[in-house]
Design a protein around this ligand. Structure first.
Ligand code: ARG
Length: 572
């Protein structure tokens, strides 16, 4: 059990014994050291329900509260709060267990088969900053779920189908005839623009493009081969970004929209059979009572257009069925821009009503806001164009390189490059992950690369500082007992014990910023401990124990950052 669950369960039992079995214990980490380490806040609400005096009820709860071996002191505060001071010996044993185990002695939950669908760019163009958040957040969630022992399936639901691909294939044919195709594809963005200009200005080209779409959808082998060639090149561009970003997506995780093409007719038939399908101006539509349009009427979701074409939603419905039937998933996280929220709510609703998935299968839209520029508008180049992701990442490394070169000019070039990569990419990722994903956030190079505040460089540097202690310490006994005497030692130990709660909260809620807040707090508490409790100048058991706390801090920082997909260095 996590430390919070453990305390909650005991308070819950005490509440029941005191005559309030339905009350919630509401145990939280204390907001100030004076309030102990944890505080149970549920007594007041329970007293209100029972119409009794809260302090009296708190007395009864306290009398029944069994925290032997966990807490060393319990007290009633204010109108009926219960302050819980953890037992230093209990914290010491937990720290020792965490030190001795790869997974920091976390109790693994019952494993689930979970999919994290993320990144999912449209392959017609190159990845741009709009794909950054999904790639980073999704990867962090996949890592966290995997760490907790879940059977994680990563999925990259790329956009590789539709009319744009007719246009691109048509241009590819033209370029191939001139022998310039390979060269042109180096810059997919320019290739797309060129195709679009041709399409808009050259009637003959436009007709050929439309013809290719029909052939593509009909499975014409020649056109399919060309399309595949294009998709391959585009995926190579994506993979270069993933490698640079340290995001664990490869070819094996790709299953694009095209994979569902043959199933769309079947989806249509099954929806028809379920009686949910209506005709509306020639289109096949599902009306959903729970979603009203501006006129207050049920909203219609188009499954098949009048011309027979299928839509984004139809493909997504097919994918849900595949994920249930073939992949046997119990939970699917869709890490996609918040602007697609309505789409997902409607799509999930259709799948449930049609009985395509069991109630037990959880479908969750992990929504996120937009990355903004300093001007408060969506992030763009100076001239207002979209920023290619690969260029943004290169700039991050370049800026980090400048910082390193200023700080440490005498470092060998190779080391400078390596630090620049770890710090630059880490900074971009952490800046994103540390914000509540629901909101928009302003992208700012200076804040994210700062060595102060809640940033990657701060945490990476904190890690190297801890490591440097070990370089200076004469001997370190990795099995020495932890002994907690000082307040700063205890506060650090409490924070170390909260890693498990934090990681589980991230897994349940899909909010990586909880982990960032935690790591920042941990690094801050370590600094305080480091100032208040000398390590190298202490001796014997005290020194051995402080080194153990330092070792666990380093291990926790490293594991936490690794779960966010951020690397650390032993020195920088
Ligand atoms: N390719 C889409 C886009 O770029 C995102 C796909 C999201 N996933 C999904 N299952 N619809 O907007």
């Amino acid at each position: 059990m996590t430390i919070q669950q453990l305390i909650s369960a005991r308070v819950q039992a005490a509440l029941a014994a005191a005559g309030a079995p339905d009350a919630s214990a509401n145990v939280q980490p204390a907001s100030k050291p004076e309030f102990g380490d944890y505080q149970a806040n549920g007594v007041m609400a329970a007293a209100k329900q029972l119409k009794t005096n809260p302090r009296e009820l708190a007395q009864k709860v306290l009398a029944a509260l069994d925290l032997d071996g966990i807490a060393s002191k319990l007290e009633i505060a204010g109108p009926g709060f219960i302050n819980i001071h953890l037992d230093p010996a209990f914290l010491a044993r937990r720290a020792e267990a965490a030190l001795a185990d790869d997974k920091l002695a976390i109790e693994l939950p019952a494993p689930q088969r979970v999919m994290v669908e993320y990144s999912s760019p449209n392959l017609a163009k190159e990845m741009h900053v709009g794909h950054l958040r999904s790639s980073i957040i999704g990867d962090a969630l996949a890592r966290v779920l995997g760490f907790l022992g879940h059977d994680v399936v990563r999925a990259n639901h790329v956009g590789d189908w539709g009319t744009q691909f007719g246009m691109l294939t048509a241009l590819l044919v033209e370029e191939s005839q001139q022998g310039t195709a390979q060269l042109e594809l180096n810059d997919l963005e320019a290739f797309y623009r060129k195709a679009k200009v041709h399409f808009d200005e050259d009637e003959e080209f436009a007709n050929r493009a439309r013809d290719y779409v029909v052939k593509l959808q009909g499975g014409d082998p020649e056109v399919l081969a060309l399309w595949r060639q294009f998709v391959d090149v585009s995926l190579e561009h994506c993979e270069a970004v993933y490698r640079k970003l340290n995001v664990g997506l490869t070819r094996e995780h790709v299953r694009g929209e095209s994979a569902y093409n043959d199933d769309l007719q079947v989806v249509l038939k099954d929806l028809e059979a379920s009686g949910m399908l209506a005709e509306d101006q020639g289109a096949k539509v599902v009306f959903l009572e729970e979603f009203k349009n501006q006129e207050g009427e049920p909203m219609g979701v188009i499954i098949q257009k009048k011309d027979g074409g299928f839509l984004y939603t139809t493909t997504d419905i097919s994918a849900v069925r595949y994920r249930h039937r073939e992949l046997k998933l119990e939970r699917v996280l869709y890490v996609v821009d918040a602007r697609q929220s309505l789409h997902f709510q409607q799509m999930f609703s259709i799948c449930r009503k049609a009985g395509f998935v069991p109630d037990s299968m959880s479908l969750e839209h992990i929504a996120f806001g937009t990355m903004m520029g300093e001007d408060g508008k969506p992030f763009k180049t100076r001239s207002g164009g979209t920023v290619k992701l690969i260029d943004l990442l290169q700039e991050a490394e370049e800026r980090a390189y400048q910082l390193v070169a200023e700080k440490n000019p005498e470092l060998p070039e190779e080391d400078k490059r390596r630090i620049a990569n770890v710090v630059g990419i880490g900074a971009v990722k952490y800046a994103d992950l540390s914000k509540n994903r629901i909101g928009d956030y302003v992208f700012n190079w200076d804040t994210m690369l700062s060595f102060e505040g809640n940033t990657a460089p701060y945490l990476q540097y904190a890690y190297t500082r801890v490591q440097s202690v070990f370089r200076k310490a004469e001997d370190y006994d990795a099995t020495a007992p932890v002994v907690i005497n000082e307040a700063a030692e205890k506060q650090l130990a409490v924070a170390l014990a909260q890693f498990e709660d934090t990681v589980k909260d991230v897994a349940d809620s899909g909010y990586p910023h909880y982990l960032c807040q935690y790591l920042y707090q941990l690094a801050t508490l370590f600094s305080r401990f480091y100032e208040a409790c000398p390590i190298l100048k202490s001796e014997g058991e005290v020194q051995a124990s402080r080194l153990q706390l330092a070792a666990l801090t380093a291990k926790t920082l490293k594991s936490g950052l690794d779960l966010l997909g951020i690397e650390v260095l032993d020195a920088m």
